[in-house]
Design a protein around this ligand. Structure first.
Ligand code: VG1
Ligand code: CO
Length: 543
């Protein structure tokens, strides 16, 4: 086996976004593209000689090829050991767990998460630091800087290595350790939750449908929900991961998980429905006839997490991304615990979790998690819900209604305009940014602006700052609009418009969110001129 040093040159645009580098799969398959970025990760973190890494991905198209390349590059760069999920598979939360518990120097996750997979769809590569979390901006900036200076990469010239068999093999001097992707993660879940209570719930006839969306959670959900907890066989559907996710869009929201939504809103609905995304870090929760918005789910979990053994001691604090609704803030206030507001993306929660300031975190984009790992965790959220249902004997609808009656309801929706012309989107936000200071006092669609700014964040633990994290407009009465551009898309720009209105009166808490938010939606259009700027009549996705 020979180590080859290939000359290369910087490739434009290898800048990690909200969650790693995401591009069209064919871009990643261009000569040197993957190799350049992987070498830049290694260079950006000061080399991998003598180090141990974790490697795994969500099984999408090109996962297997990329894993082989990365292993050969790690060996050529002198890594001591790489721990790989069998078949190159690891869900994002499972990878985070292994990175932490094995005391490694970090890991590489191959995924474009909720983006579709396949030769014509998306691929992604993300580096996680030794705490198990996505690299903070300071690290991704060093990686990006390395992509702009790269002159050569190192790779071992050899055949593919067998990732199908558990155990240790060698690639030159480096140990490749192939592990069961599910075992350690399942054991962690068993420590956090009352599996006996959940088993009793299923024995009593409680029914569930978990839609793995042909993505990575299939094997995890089958093992944990069906084999360990006794959910009837067939409760987990679309459970075999496929390279193109069955041709679907593995994003667990009412639009892309419409089969599950139809079932849950119909006459034959099971008691509980859930879905997860491509890499297993997102979750959708839906009861019989009751969709739970991610922001509400975070608030409910924060209010009731103590019912699960792993959280019986209460929460140290909670954190949410800025565009996430303020529902969890009300729970934190009632409990007298701190609530942090961070920019979008899980990497901003890491320091709060590491410092013990927050126990639970969440994002409006169907991400919820806790300090058990340093990523959001889809199946974890499902199990915490099941634990709560088992402990209370209540239905999802009942829990929601009671939560709103006590804390008030934050009506919430996100409108996405996908693949908008990037120049148009930027001009729209530039124009709005220039007017922010003039907005207070003005009224739009009958709503009076109380304050408007662009969100910037200073990490309370390490002092790191991030600017330009979204335009926000607050109205009298507590309603709010946030506008920002996505950092995970691969085509043009995706404009996200986040809409929120607080309703304290229990008699007015059962409305359809789009109707309840109609005034806020009209105000967003009146202020930002979305139609005029983008030429779009309506959003592509409403969550
Ligand atoms: C989106 C979500 C964000 C999430 C990120 C990664 O980012 O809004 O909340 O953390 O995806 O999720 P953006 O920049 O497109 O809005 V995942 O499941 O892709 O790792
Ligand atoms: Co994801």
């Amino acid at each position: 086996m020979q180590i080859a040093t290939h000359k290369t040159a910087p490739i434009d645009g290898q800048k990690p976004g909200t969650s790693g580098l995401r591009k069209k799969t064919r871009v990643f398959m261009e000569p040197h593209y993957l190799e350049n970025f992987v070498q830049s990760i290694f260079d950006g973190i000061g080399g991998v000689a003598g180090r141990t890494l974790v490697l795994g991905g969500d099984g999408r198209y090109f996962n297997d090829r990329a894993a082989q390349v990365i292993l050969r590059m790690a060996a050529a760069n002198g890594a001591a050991r790489v721990i790989v999920g069998q078949g190159g598979i690891l869900s994002t939360p499972a990878a985070s767990h292994i990175i932490r518990t094995r005391g490694t120097d970090g890991g590489i996750i191959l995924s474009a998460s909720h983006n579709p997979g396949g030769p014509d769809e998306d691929f992604g590569v993300k580096f996680n630091t030794p705490n198990g979390g996505p690299a903070p901006e300071e690290v991704t900036e060093r990686i990006f800087a390395a992509t702009k200076q790269i002159a050569a990469y190192r790779i071992l010239e050899t055949h593919d290595i067998d990732l199908g068999t558990l155990g240790e093999t060698r690639l030159a001097e480096m140990v490749v350790e192939v592990i069961d992707p599910v075992a350690d993660y399942a054991a962690l879940m068993e420590r956090l939750f009352d599996f006996d209570a959940i088993r009793t719930l299923f024995r009593s006839g409680f029914t569930l449908r978990f839609d793995a969306m042909h993505a990575v959670t299939g094997p995890y959900a089958t093992r944990i929900l069906e084999e360990m907890l006794g959910a009837p066989e067939g409760s987990v559907v679309n459970a075999v991961p496929s390279p193109d996710f069955g041709g679907g869009h593995p994003d667990p929201n009412p639009v892309w998980a419409s089969d599950l939504m139809d079932l849950m809103m119909g006459a034959d609905a099971p008691d509980f429905g859930a879905a997860s995304d491509g890499d297993g870090d997102r979750n959708m929760i839906v009861g019989r006839g009751a969709y739970v918005t991610p922001s509400d789910s975070l608030a409910v979990l924060a209010a009731l997490a103590h019912l699960a053994p792993g959280y019986a001691g209460g929460l140290k604090g909670v954190a949410r991304s800025m565009p996430t609704s303020a529902a969890v803030d009300r729970v934190a206030e009632a409990r007298g615990i701190p609530c942090y507001e961070t920019p979008t993306g899980w990497k901003f929660f890491g320091s709060l979790l590491d410092a013990g300031r927050a126990t639970l975190c969440g994002e409006e984009s169907a991400g919820t998690g806790s300090d058990h790992v340093r990523e959001k965790d889809g199946l974890w959220a499902v199990l915490l819900w099941l634990n709560i249902l088992a402990a209370t004997g209540k239905s999802v609808q009942q829990i929601l209604t009671e939560h709103w009656a006590r804390y008030g309801r934050n009506y919430y929706s996100r409108h996405d305009y996908e693949a908008v012309d990037a120049g148009q989107a930027a001009r729209m936000l530039d124009a709005l940014r220039a007017r922010l200071d003039d907005l207070p006092g003005q009224s739009f669609a009958g709503l009076k602006v109380e304050g408007a700014d662009e969100f910037a964040y200073t990490d309370p633990v390490d002092g790191a700052t991030s600017t330009g994290q979204g335009l926000r407009i607050r109205f009298e009465g507590g309603s709010r609009i946030v506008l920002r551009l996505s950092g995970t898309g691969t085509v043009g720009a995706t404009l996200r418009v986040y809409l929120e209105r607080y309703e304290a009166d229990p008699a007015a808490q059962a409305e359809d969110p789009q109707a309840a938010l109609s005034q806020v939606i009209a105000a967003a259009e009146a202020i930002a001129g979305i139609r005029a700027h983008t030429g779009r009549e309506a959003p592509d996705v409403r969550t």
